[in-house]
Write a protein that binds this ligand. Sequence first.
Ligand code: SAM
Length: 274
Amino acid sequence: MTTAVAEHWASGDVYGRIVTALHAAGKSLDALTIEDLAPVDHFHARGLPATIELGDSLPAKAGDHLLDVGCGLGGPARYFARRFGCRVSGIDVTGPFIDAGRRLTELLGMGAVVDLRQGDGQALPYGDGTFDGGYAQHVTMNVPDRPSFFGEAWRVIRPGGFFAITEHGRGNAGPTYHPVPWSEDGRGEFLVTPEETVELLGAAGFVDIDVTDTGQDDLQRYRATLALAERGELPALGLHVLMGPGAAEKWRNSARNIEEGRTHPVRVICRKPG
Ligand SMILES: C[S@@+](CC[C@H](N)C(=O)[O-])C[C@H]1O[C@@H](n2cnc3c(N)ncnc32)[C@H](O)[C@@H]1O
């Protein structure tokens, strides 16, 4: 199952495609910044603004060691490492993302504070209580075994540490339209309602579970990006570099799913009792 998920997200030379897009955008690899990369390496609804918003809600502090489950290219990991002055370990099933993410981390000179490796959030290769906190941004839509995924996060986070997710939860108005960014046709999609997510996090042992509806903000961003795509005005650097020619249809369906209540996007923050 994780092989199919990885194949869905990326194949081939992701790093090469990003470098080509950076050149087209007039960015120099010698003087690259976290902000330069943000249009392509925050791979979730609303990109960097959503990562900033997530950071505003996290009780992270300097010197912490954080875990990013489903880290993708590592944009959020690098942003949080700089913002909080902490270390971040990222893990993702998709090899081409990890390869590109490592090279981008080196380009930014952040290899000492951000490490990325390939692996599955349902079976984490870290010891108990390793991390001060963890998060998974737009990952759980592809996770068939949430008890293992949340249980593994609980195990590797220290007592008193935090855990956060952002996701497209299942809405109550019927099945999702496809394709969407996380699935071409429904295969590899495992959405649950926000209520079920809260139950599952509680069953894993997390407490103080706080849910924020992000649907309207996400919807506005999808509409704005879609409008650019329909006018042929997408910038050289953006998520379409990763998603390919089907990007506009996926954004259109993501917007329709939210509008019609078929998905229910949320940010969820909770804590392991200390
Ligand atoms: C929408 S991307 C988000 C990437 C990153 N979190 C970000 O916000 O930029 C979803 C990512 O989840 C990863 N993923 C899906 N299932 C996973 C699992 N079981 N374990 C680790 N990563 C997973 C995919 O490979 C993909 O990179």
